[in-house]
Design a protein around this ligand. Sequence first.
Ligand SMILES: [Zn+2]
Ligand SMILES: [Zn+2]
Length: 363
Amino acid sequence: MTTIKAAVCHEFGQPLVVEDVTLRAPEMGEIEVTLDAVAICHSDISFAEGGWGGSLPAVYGHEAAGRISGVGGGVNGLAEGDAVVVTLIRACGACPTCSEGKPVICSTPYDGDKGPLSTADGGKLHQAMACGAFAEKVVVDQSQVVKISDDIPKEAASLIACGVITGVGAVVNAAQIRAGQDVVVIGAGGVGLNAIQGARIAGARRIVAVDMSEEKLAIAKEFGATDGVLATEKKPFVKAMRAMGRGADAVIVTVGAIPAYDEAPRYLAPGGKVIMVGMPHSGAKSTYEPVVLAAIGQGMQGSKMGDVVIKRDIPWMVDLYKQGRLKLDELISGRWTLDQINEAIADTKTGSAKRNVILFDRN
Ligand SMILES: [Zn+2]
Ligand SMILES: [Zn+2]
């Protein structure tokens, strides 16, 4: 048992409260990681606003990096002192979906209410997304942790845990884009910029960014977009189509806005597919014409966390970063302390920020 500081959500829609909480020691198959950095993701904000329900009080935060400070029994290949990325991808390794090579949709449920956290007075404290990383330390399952090389800054490494694998993986793993294909990315935010650089890495011919903001379209070009289209134009898909010719082999929807989902199939080439990444609030519905998709062999496919296999994909992403081929530092727009987390969240909500990162001061 150890006492740590964590940002706790007591009531949906209210500011998080930074307070002392209790973290139990790692048990069988678990790892304790002392965090250096945790980034703020829109999923954390959706949860904290109550958009997806869930148990309270809770600790959110799931894009983290740090160093292993405790190892439970039965852990393989990880040791105290290792630099690691911590993800929310908890996989049992034994269910049918894990066995099929799809750990991100592992079908063994995890109950965060029975996780390693409790309030200072011993009450229930929910470990959200199997992580609870808005805290100085986490205890997570070994399946959620990937060892990385020591020479990558932790603030950059933390971004890989969610936004980067989600965006790059949507293109490389879900859409399986190959050199010469055309890609449209709707939304040039944290995940969208990574989908754009994923398409660049994959060798796409045209990479069309679609966003409401001119400023974000300019940033999208720095990440590899060849064309930018304002979503506020009357028929943005017509302009995108002009740039591509026959349409997109994949349209990656990285925002949760329903109008973006409604229009996404209109960017497609025959045989192309929409990759659905952005997550609207529960209950929101989109409409499309099945006859169009059926007649020209198009598809729609959900992609969670870039269909990533973390122990395969995160090491190559770290390597591409070190070679200068995957941009991470450029994704960071602000650095904050844990005590400033509500300001950091407010800044993320303005929509202008890329990624805000909480850095833990060790002094
Ligand atoms: Zn996330
Ligand atoms: Zn599983």
